[in-house]
Design a protein around this ligand. Sequence first.
Ligand code: FDA
Length: 583
Amino acid sequence: LTPVVETDVLIVGAGPAGATAAALLSTYGIPNVVLNKYAGVSNTPRAHITNQRGVEVLRDLGLEGEVVKNATPQHLMGEHVYATSLAGRELGRLRTWYTHPHFKAEHDLASPCSVCDLPQHILEPILVNAAASRGSSVRFNTELLTFTQDDDGVTALVRDRLTGQEYGIRSKYLIGADGGNSTVAAQAGLPLVGKMGLGGSINVVFEADLTRFVEHRPGDMYWFVQPGVGHDGNGIGVLRMVRPWTRWVGVWGYDVNAGQPSLTEEDGVRIAHQLIGDDRVPVKVESISTWAVNDVYATDNMAGRVICVGDAVHRHSPMNGLGSNTSIQDSYNLCWKLAMVLRGEAAPTLLDSYRDERLPVAKQIVQRAKRSDGLMPPIFMALRLPPASGAQELHDALDALLQPTAEGGRLRQEFDAALQDTIMCFNTHGVETNQHYTSAAIVPDGTPEQPAPRDEEIYHFASSRPGRHLPHVWLTKDQQRVSTFDLCGRGRFTLLTGIDGAAWRDAAQRVAKRLGVPIRVWSIGRGCDYEDSYGDYRALSEVAEDGVLLVRPDHMVAWRSASAADDPEAALSAVLGRILGLP
Ligand code: FDA
């Protein structure tokens, strides 16, 4: 096969993972080609939740403004109502996505960015446009068929689906961002563990003005305990907001063992009406599709020059909204490393840290989403429904909750507790923000790992220990607020020091010159490059005014020195040499 196209990186897939990789690589100046086997970006909403770490990546790309303009903001996401239907009896509510005042403070302290609701069909064009306008060659209707790799690169055979023409693309690396049925992961022989095809769901995308049902209790999901949803006779149907309050996805269960249901537009209208609980509401069905929950993660995510990101290496239920966020963050972890290796600033061994850092995250998020799925059945167990019960039994069980008796009291306690426990399907701030790494691209500073003072799945834990995410604090420059995150990123290493850190600045300049690796240096404190006006940096940085934090391009702390070093140049040189695999 004689390749007709040559590039540095071939990215297979233009979903959240692939389009992020393309936008990042083009921003870093690395030539890349992106394939999408379909004619356009996702045509259904799919993933919505864009969490703080997801938005931070988009902020680093300079796209946060567009995201905020197009997304539904946090304050319209949080009121999750459990009811018999949208028009029916309320059974309880949750304050999700950190809208409870207690969590709102935690959320705001952790990041300059806010969680938002951005449907995938709106997110993808933002990323693809950024990639294309910054240099990515984006090829729609183009499908990867096979690839082979050798010591110097990868040769891919692709097919233009419009003409049927097949041709070769030669690249130095190949990123498999081709989603849940990944050809790349399969052909690379990446081992997957877990189960596919658990629990079937029907998604009905429709237009209906539901303002009068929801504007006084705004949320992005409404949960309905109803008969006939498909799991043991009863289950939970969901109305999922796409655009407030006129575009929706109705989610309805089906029995996977009974095979794929064939559904008509009338079925879509019927499902929407059943969830709304009012047949008079005009409903216009846009599309109907089915999907199944998977609990799968790869135990390896790379093979030679082929590296997989996103759903190709982790697939799980939508609970906790971790799908596209984790996919975006995989690419954020990988792309600066690829850029440095391709520019000759780092040895290829740097790429191994992608495996060591992201495999544990993939396993963690799949297991979290699975445990969250497991929080729904207890709602029905609390109702003490007999197996294969129908509408009448469900009606009676819900009525029993209204009885002013001791038995009614026990039922209420159990039911309300089960309902409140489902908060872990939405509010796992620590799972989102505490991802941390142990790898050759992190240099320990000799301090022991501190036990997190609170539950690490629920609460954010700010620490500057190497391998942790740089803590966010607001600084000021020329009286304007600036986040610590804004000082870092954009593909470069950053050294943060204090008023007494001149020796580190000199050392960084000499090390950068010797290694040929740019390092930006900022001082933080009174009269410095950035003012620590609120005193938060002093409180959270865990280093003295003559100490230093070395921050990787992906905002992770690579190394730190609590105070001055005897020979800062030697110290910094050794650390960077170790991370980048340089002599
Ligand atoms: P993604 O699947 O998005 O993209 C794969 C890309 O690869 C596509 O561009 C495709 O065309 C391309 N491709 C595939 N094979 C190719 C080939 N051989 N050659 C060329 N191109 C190829 N998540 C979440 O967090 N919250 C949610 O609410 C939901 N809801 C949801 C609903 C439905 C119906 C689905 C199917 C999925 C979700 N998800 C979700 C999951 C979420 O959509 C998913 O995690 C992300 O899209 C993963 O992004 P990727 O970029 O990894 O894959």
